[in-house]
Ligand binder design. Structure first.
Ligand SMILES: Cc1ncc(COP(=O)(O)O)c(C=O)c1O
Length: 414
């Protein structure tokens, strides 16, 4: 394969998408839309008068509330906006601290950094690979105000431990569920434990509302009361009888947002109609991902150099991504050596995701370079993701497994 073929890419920002020269690509989306889903969008285009914040949004919110078990649900334009709304409602600023996982997509932390609060990085649990409650406890100071936990890759964080810490120290809890719609712990869905749950329907997610979309779940009535105003420029209809409907104006800009400037984080009706449709098959599609993951994990279970996250009993990990850890230290090789084999020799576009945030120049320049996350630092340099989508053929999975085995045998022989 020439260098030219590897660089002529048509993928998205994360490196997903069709890239010339690979036998197994990493698609930019998890699956194609069904006819019913297409029809839901076209129906809004043909028939709906209201294009934003209408009945389809209210229906999607009701459907998501029922699905997630959360007290309140508000549809937004993406998960970053949901996180931003959470950060605003946490009422934090300079002098406060937010404990966040060092291992996550940058969008988890940016909305909290934006407030001026300090980001304090927590390590990952060595077995589950998501934020470690024991490390969080060590990093709490009198300035800590918020615990931001991320159910990364679809793996639920230990929410019993998180809520216990939060209660003990009087902290607010934000769950980043961008990668975990439908993930649960003993049947209780993520996003229903903390003060806020932030879901993404971005183009690469398990469900996507045409590339962008999100949902904010909220626990308290007080936060829920101000969310619509914060989401849409503080605009509300005037209430009560008026002699002339246009006096004093068509709508009120409600200033009762606890002295906070609002935003516009609204989502369109067609996306909401699609969202309701997508929810109907979310569990079924997550089941497909879980079955695929089980097949791959079983097929690679006799390879001592390859490890997977341990899934605690009663946890539903919905496998938004399929991540492996490779330890070739016994024969002087590392993850990059194996990836060279998989990409160059086997034509598999495996990728490496979620660089620890404290390593990025953006976070370093903005004062979040300090870290003490030894497990993550060591683990991350040896982890990688297989190409992954809903409905991956058995032959493709077998090829991935055979290629890893061949790669390790080749590296050992070198
Ligand atoms: C863990 C995590 N948090 C937040 C986000 C932000 O989601 P969105 O693209 O919907 O703003 C993403 C999206 O990739 C994510 O993976």
């Amino acid at each position: 394969m020439s260098n030219q073929s590897k660089t002529t890419k048509v993928g998205d920002a994360s490196g997903r998408g069709s890239v010339a020269g690979y036998r197994v690509n990493f698609p930019a989306r998890m699956r194609t839309y069904s006819e019913a889903e297409i029809e839901a969008v076209v129906n809004v285009m043909r028939n709906a008068e209201v294009q934003t914040q209408g009945n389809y949004m209210r229906q999607f919110e009701a459907d998501f509330k029922a699905y997630s078990g959360a007290n309140y649900a508000f549809a937004v334009d993406n998960a970053t906006s949901a996180l931003r709304l959470s950060a605003i409602m946490c009422r934090i600023g300079p002098g406060d601290e937010v404990i966040a996982p060092g291992y996550t997509f940058c969008a988890s932390a940016i909305p909290f950094g934006t407030t001026g609060a300090k980001l304090v990085w927590a390590d990952i649990d060595p077995e589950t690979w998501v934020i470690d409650p024991k490390d969080i406890e060590k990093k709490i100071t009198p300035r800590t105000k918020v615990l931001l936990v991320v159910h990364l890759l679809g793996m639920p964080v230990d929410m019993a431990a998180i809520m216990e810490i939060a209660e003990k120290h009087n902290l607010r809890v934000v769950e980043d569920c961008a990668q975990a719609p439908g993930a649960s712990i003993h049947g209780r869905k993520v996003g229903s434990f903390g003060d806020f749950g932030c879901f993404s329907f971005h183009g690469a997610k398990n469900i996507t509302t045409l590339g962008e979309g999100g949902m904010l779940t909220v626990k308290s009535a007080a936060d829920a009361a101000i969310t619509p105003g914060l989401r849409h420029n503080g605009v509300r209809p005037f209430t009560g009888e008026r002699a002339r409907y246009w006096v004093p104006a068509m709508s009120n800009v409600d200033i009762d947002l606890e002295n906070t400037w609002p935003n516009n984080f609204s989502i369109g009706e067609a996306q909401c109609a699609l969202g309701s449709e997508l929810l109907k098959t979310l569990d079924q599609n997550n089941d497909i991902l879980i079955a695929q993951a089980n097949r791959l994990r079983t097929a690679l279970s006799d390879i001592p150099e390859i490890k997977f996250a341990k899934i605690p009993d009663g946890y539903r990990h919905i496998f938004h991504q399929f991540v492996l850890h490779f330890d070739g230290s016994a024969f002087g090789k590392n993850r990059n050596d194996l990836l060279d084999f998989l990409t160059e020799e086997a034509g598999i576009r495996a990728i490496v995701q979620y660089h620890p945030l404290f390593r990025y120049p953006l976070f370093q320049k903005l004062g979040a370079a300090e870290q003490n996350c030894p497990t993550l630092d060591d683990w991350w340099d040896n982890s990688f993701s297989f190409p992954w989508w809903i409905g991956m053929p058995d032959e493709t999975m077998d090829y991935l497994v055979d290629s890893v085995k061949a790669g390790i045998a080749t590296l050992k022989a070198k």
